[in-house]
Design a protein around this ligand. Structure first.
Ligand code: BGC
Length: 884
């Protein structure tokens, strides 16, 4: 194979369309069968056509040979990029012997519409009756002629609402719920589609189905009309003919509208579809739309119109049911074997007008019926009315989704196992990690964590997919961000979410509880909980923690630059709103859903204040703002001093004396050494007092095991992981969980289901232990001094009870993997490691080690050390150890 360049990415995505940034960043992966291979120079070329590129005529940018080892996020530095244009690029690199690779295969990206003035269309739709609680989606259409053979056709579209785009009878793009969720008061994203292959010479028809979505439909428990009452749609189709001429088709008053078979389709309230009302061919040319109405044109949108930053939501997996049965009521219940977010695709036959109800739930109640008590005001029921006739009818809903494992179908004549599949829909993030051990329970826990992400990364990181909530809770997002980025590539997802966060930042600097805010900050004042805190410790801090996590995991410095001022305003806000650097005790959420222990809110809030200040100091350092860095380092020291003074006794007891107060003080390095040692002992006492069980809630839980492992108690961390008595991670696994539950006691043997008003079975927060599994068991960790896994720390720690652990992570440089096998009786371990090209790794082992065969000899490892510095390739070590 030699050495070659693969997997070209722009802004972290392969072949992205419609970029909004004028300086896109280019990345590539280098593969080689030679050990310790690196890039010593790169050469990038960018051209306006693939032919130009391949005939060595890069008319936009020829970087020349740049002496640099940078292969991730290299900023484009050619001629300025134009709207609605496709760019082709390739790259070659020089290796450590001074030899160049072949040029990579060409890849491309396209630019979106960079100026607002380039949008020529009008926002169209139809005025909806504000009294109609579940209004019907609007069908919009237009026919047009093309004047000759087309060489390129790109379509730009968006909506205030949600839309499905159709061209000549076909769905355009696989995305769902476009344009995704943002704070529509401030901004909306547009999507770019290459539709060249869908156009015909002569007559064409474009159509759109427009639903209320987050814009005008129900959002969380806040009700409907959060952003407006009437959805609207904007589109621009830009045609380029083979003869070089151009034409633009836009939304305007020439479009026609009607309602159709979709009676309603609401994010939270389900869907009703009457197939008898289908208008065959409405999205094709030649359809008689005489009975359709003219559309209404609305005033231009005042917010920001921006290119979609993240991956669209798609149906990412379909699941066959594992079981089905007929009930006494004559209904059919299906078990998908997995709790998912999405819907079902069902095949039906029957009479015209026959009504089939499809209901969804996460659990079965004790009497075998669907457990829907936990849905609050959400309706997880879709209704389909059959068209009738001989043909099989296939139905799946459009603008609604559900959280479920079980499906009950009522009103259908005869169904079998093959009649339906579950469609799991989520933001189309690429898988990144894997994790496997010899303990099936731990493997199931890992799967549950990943499914928690799949069920909730839905344009924004939602708390849950089933009840009337589904909000972008910032605290949940931050505790899980690190785990999420090991599981899947979330660089673009969180880049977009950070925009949501800063859009929702208050003028005084407070970051929100939920992003988009979606009316939550007003609603909480009147909610029965009487929540009023303008900021919440551990929630608002997401505004600093998430960018830092993205920087660590992907080396994305731009996310730090883009949000630096917002982060500063947050820390300054915290400082202003504290008394002698002690934060008030008003935080409503505290250590949310801890079990049996209440962490005092002022302690917790001061701890998070310190953490945000310390991260901001590190961020300032990275950005070269040394004065700020010094000031925030000092602030961190001062907060710690105030904290110790107010809350920490000489014997290391911290006010509240909960597991979480110790965990956070240690994780955030707030204590001088002599107190830190005592705090560790107190933490152990707190765990022992609960008969070696945890008590931590959303905030404490993500640091509990890392703190134990880092402070000489890795064995206890492993014990807590492997405990399956209540409360523990494996307790839910033992009781059949296929996702992470919202609360430790969501269901218990003694009490059955918890209070239904807050009992989701698909909440990822307590799954933040995934991070520890990757970092401490698989031992795959980025070095903050060389982020994005440019330099890797490999330090898997043996875990008593797990003789074998395999883990991997697809970094921006390529695949990192570890495979640890421990023989506990002989206290010997064997570790296999793979490190990608253009990175180095420091392997730390718990005892004197030897490198075996393979590449090891080639890089001249010395036997007998505990630390090895290695370059790319595959290695194997044996090591005798005393403890870990
Ligand atoms: C949500 C949580 C969220 C919390 C804040 C709940 O209703 O489901 O995940 O973080 O409120 O206290």
């Amino acid at each position: 194979m030699g050495t070659r360049v693969q997997q070209l990415k722009v802004e972290g995505r392969g072949r992205p369309l419609g970029l909004g940034t004028r300086v896109p960043r280019l990345s590539w992966i280098i593969e080689s069968d030679e050990p310790s291979q690196v890039q010593t120079a790169y050469h990038v070329q960018v051209a306006s056509s693939v032919d130009r590129l391949q005939s060595d005529n890069p008319d936009l940018w020829d970087s020349g040979v740049v002496q640099s080892d940078q292969s991730v996020y290299v900023p484009y530095a050619g001629q300025s990029l134009a709207s609605n244009t496709t760019y082709w690029w390739r790259v070659r690199v020089r290796d450590r012997h001074g030899l160049f690779t072949e040029w990579s295969e060409p890849a491309c990206w396209s630019m979106g519409l960079l100026e607002r003035s380039e949008w020529l269309g009008k926002w169209i739709g139809t005025e909806l009756d504000p009294e109609a609680i579940l209004p019907s989606p609007t069908y919009l259409r237009k026919e047009f002629q093309t004047a000759g053979p087309i060489s390129r056709a790109f379509l730009y579209a968006t909506a205030l609402g949600v839309y499905e785009l159709r061209l000549n009878g076909q769905r355009v793009g696989g995305g769902r719920f476009a344009p995704g969720w943002t704070d529509y008061h401030t901004r909306v994203q547009y999507q770019t589609y290459d539709v060249t292959h869908l156009l015909a010479e002569g007559s064409n028809a474009v159509g759109s189905i427009l639903g209320t979505g987050w814009y005008a439909g129900h959002v969380g428990m806040m009700g409907r009309h959060i952003y407006g009452t009437t959805p609207r749609f904007l589109m621009q189709l830009m045609l380029e003919y083979e003869d070089g001429s151009q034409e633009i088709i836009v939304t305007d008053e020439t479009w026609r509208m009607a309602t159709g078979p979709l009676i309603y389709s609401d994010m939270i309230k389900g869907e009703r579809y009457d197939a008898r009302l289908e208008a065959q061919g409405w999205d094709q040319p030649g359809f008689a739309d005489g009975a359709w109405q003219p559309v209404t044109c609305f005033a231009p949108y005042q917010g920001i119109l921006t290119a979609q930053e993240d991956e669209p939501i798609r149906v990412m997996e379909t699941l066959q049911p594992v079981k089905m049965w007929r009930t006494e009521r004559g209904t059919f219940i299906y078990d998908l074997g997995q709790n998912i977010a999405g819907w079902v695709r069902i095949k039906l036959r029957g009479e015209a007008g026959q009504m089939v109800a499809i209901e969804h739930a996460e659990m079965l109640d004790t009497d075998g019926t669907l457990y829907t008590a936990n849905l609050r005001k959400a309706v997880q029921k879709d209704i389909y009315i059959l068209r009738g006739g001989d043909e099989e009818e296939v139905y799946e809903p459009r603008f609604t989704y559900h959280g479920f494992r079980y499906v009950e179908v009522a009103g259908a004549d005869d169904l079998d196992e093959g009649s339906l599949v579950g469609c799991a829909a989520y933001s189309a993030m690429e898988p990144a990690g894997s994790f496997e051990t010899t303990d099936e329970r731990v493997n199931r826990l890992y799967k549950n964590i990943v499914w928690g992400q799949k069920g909730n990364f839905f344009s924004v990181p939602t708390d849950c997919p089933q009840r009337d909530e589904r909000l972008g809770w910032t605290g949940d997002a931050q505790v899980f961000a690190r785990t999420a980025s090991y599981n899947m590539n979330v660089a673009a997802f969180f880049r977009k979410y950070m925009i949501d966060m800063t859009d929702a930042q208050r003028d005084d600097g407070a970051f929100p509880d939920t992003a988009p805010d979606a009316g939550w900050s007003e609603y909480k004042k009147i909610s029965s909980a009487k929540w009023f805190a303008p900021d919440n410790a551990g929630w608002g801090d997401a505004g600093v923690i998430i960018p830092w996590t993205m920087y660590l995991m992907y080396g994305d410095r731009r996310i730090l630059e883009d949000h630096y001022e917002a982060m500063k305003r947050w820390v300054e806000y915290l400082k202003r709103n504290s008394d002698g650097l002690i934060r008030p005790d008003y935080a409503n959420h505290a250590d949310w859903l801890s079990i049996g222990e209440e962490t005092p809110k002022d302690v917790l809030a001061t701890q998070y204040f310190a953490y945000s200040a310390s991260l901001l100091a590190r961020i300032a350092e990275v950005l070269g703002r040394s004065e700020d860095a010094a000031a925030y380092r000092q602030l961190f020291q001062d907060i710690n001093a105030a904290f110790v003074n107010r809350f920490v006794a000489e014997d290391g007891t911290i006010t509240g004396d909960t597991q979480t107060v110790y965990v956070l003080a240690l994780a955030f390095r707030m204590l001088p050494e002599h107190l830190a040692e005592k705090a560790v002992r107190n933490l152990l006492k707190r765990i022992e007092a609960r008969n070696w069980h945890l008590s931590t809630g959303f905030l404490g839980v993500s640091y509990l095991l890392p703190v134990l492992s880092d402070n000489g108690h890795h064995d206890l961390a492993c014990r807590l992981l492997l405990t399956d008595t209540f409360p523990s991670w494996l307790y839910s696994v033992k009781h059949g969980a296929t996702t992470i539950w919202e609360r430790w006691d969501g269901w218990t043997e003694e009490r059955g289901f918890q209070t239904p008003s807050m009992n989701s079975f698909n909440h990822y927060s307590l799954g933040s232990v995934g991070e520890w599994m990757y970092r401490y068991l698989a031992g795959i960790e980025p070095d903050p001094a060389s982020p994005g896994f440019r330099r890797i720390r490999i330090a898997p720690r043996p875990c008593s009870g797990l003789p074998e652990v395999k883990g991997s992570f697809r970094s921006e440089y390529g695949l990192i993997s570890t495979h640890l096998r421990c023989d506990e009786s002989r206290r010997e371990l064997v570790l296999k490691v793979t490190v990608p090209v253009n990175t180095t790794a420091v392997v730390s082992l718990p005892g004197e080690a030897q490198a075996l065969g393979g590449h090891s000899a080639a890089v001249g490892l010395k036997p007998g050390g505990q630390f090895y510095e290695i370059g790319s390739g595959s290695y194997e070590f044996v090591c005798r150890y005393e403890s870990c």
